[in-house]
Design a protein around this ligand. Structure first.
Ligand code: ATP
Ligand code: LTN
Length: 334
């Protein structure tokens, strides 16, 4: 709780172009929950450098991500949308929490295993302690709820464990956060390999629909999506490509898989693919319009960046000071 309101925290890395997986799994829920909570949304640029980045590109992507948050429907005057690197408390709390996290716990993280396999030439300590920085993000704001895709649930569990461990030693310092998973869209799969998660860092551009793809590209990618040779529209694990298309349709239209199967009963895959393409385009159209407007208004975005960094720092520092005191750091002279 902060100022008497329940708190929501979430964030995304400024790596690569956002996909509809990011949107349906995370952003869409952020927008939906915005009114109920006091919200903090980080552009987690400090997490991004766990994988080597081109500096100019990272700066550009971070700004673009911030604008996408707003274009997707978050109100930046209500929700605190900010760059993680502008709030130094994240790094400071992460250090402290590192001292309350075990190597064995971090060794079990599947994202670390996946990313170190993918970036074998750069298995850096930041990649290993990534989840601790994520725990710091969440715990700094005393978040009650964290809406993320299902792939982040292991990190959330670890965050809870660290917070509980800390509270057991020092008393009630941190709120123990709950994960929030949306009903549909928590795991959108690759269009080219439906056994793999759709990911913004996939090398095959046809595997993902990017939020900034134009309408023709979206339709083309949907039509080319890998399905199967059964030819019957059903929602089951044995037809993963089809299941994924139905999941995308459900998440876009807020309908259930049963309803979709009924709607397309007896029709070919082509009809469903086209309907999915249209559903995605309907969803992306307003986002594209809003994004274009924001691009024109540099001063407005700059001002938000400044104001929100101050707002986030204010709340983050409150928790940080409390933690520093608890662990025994000397008081700061006033
Ligand atoms: P990368 O490929 O760089 O690891 P990513 O596409 O997996 O990135 P993240 O930045 O790790 O995306 O995730 C941002 C948010 O989007 C997280 O809440 C994550 O759970 C969610 N998310 C990412 N991919 C998907 C997906 N395919 N389906 C549902 N949610 C997803
Ligand atoms: N690891 C997350 C991004 C992230 C995050 C967070 C999400 C960093 N800090 C705090 C929720 C809360 C990911 O999506 N890959």
């Amino acid at each position: 709780m902060l100022d008497g309101k329940k708190v929501l925290f979430s964030g995304m890395q400024a790596t690569g172009n956002l996909t509809i997986g990011n949107y349906l799994g995370a952003l869409k829920n952020w927008v939906k929950l915005s009114d109920e909570y006091m919200c903090f949304y980080g552009v987690v640029d400090m997490h991004s450098i766990t994988v080597r980045q081109d500096p100019a590109e990272l700066r550009k992507r971070a700004r673009s991500l911030m604008m996408l948050y707003i274009a997707a429907g978050l109100n930046p005057e209500e929700a605190c949308i900010y760059y993680q690197s502008h709030v130094s408390a994240h790094a400071e709390l992460a250090w402290i929490l590192n001292c309350f996290t075990y190597m064995g716990e971090l060794n079990r993280m599947t994202q670390f295993k996946d990313k170190s396999a993918k970036h074998a030439d750069n298995i850096n300590a930041g990649l290993f302690t990534y989840p601790v920085l994520m725990a710091a993000d969440i715990l700094l704001y005393q978040a009650d709820v964290v809406p993320v895709g299902i792939d982040q649930s292991q990190h959330l569990e670890l965050t809870r464990d660290i917070a509980i461990r800390f509270n057991n030693i020092y008393g009630d310092v941190f709120t123990i956060p709950d994960i929030y998973l949306g009903k549909a869209g928590a795991k959108i799969m690759s269009l080219q390999d439906p056994t793999k998660k759709m990911s913004k860092s996939d090398e095959n551009p046809n595997a993902s629909i990017y939020l900034m793809d134009d309408e023709d590209t979206v339709m083309r990618k949907c039509k080319r999506a890998v399905t199967d040779s059964e030819g019957i529209i059903m929602y089951r694990d044995e037809q993963p490509g089809l299941k994924n298309l139905i999941d995308i349709y459900c998440a876009c239209k807020d309908v259930t898989p049963d309803e979709v199967v009924k709607e397309f009963d007896g029709q070919g895959y082509g009809v469903l693919k086209e309907a999915v393409g249209n559903a995605v385009n309907d969803l992306l159209r307003p986002l594209h319009d809003n994004y274009k407007k924001l691009e024109q208004d540099k001063a407005y975005v700059d001002q938000l960046i400044k104001n929100n960094a101050e707002k986030a720092s204010y709340y983050a520092n409150k928790t940080l000071r409390k933690v520093q005191k608890k662990v025994g750091f000397p008081e700061r002279p006033r």
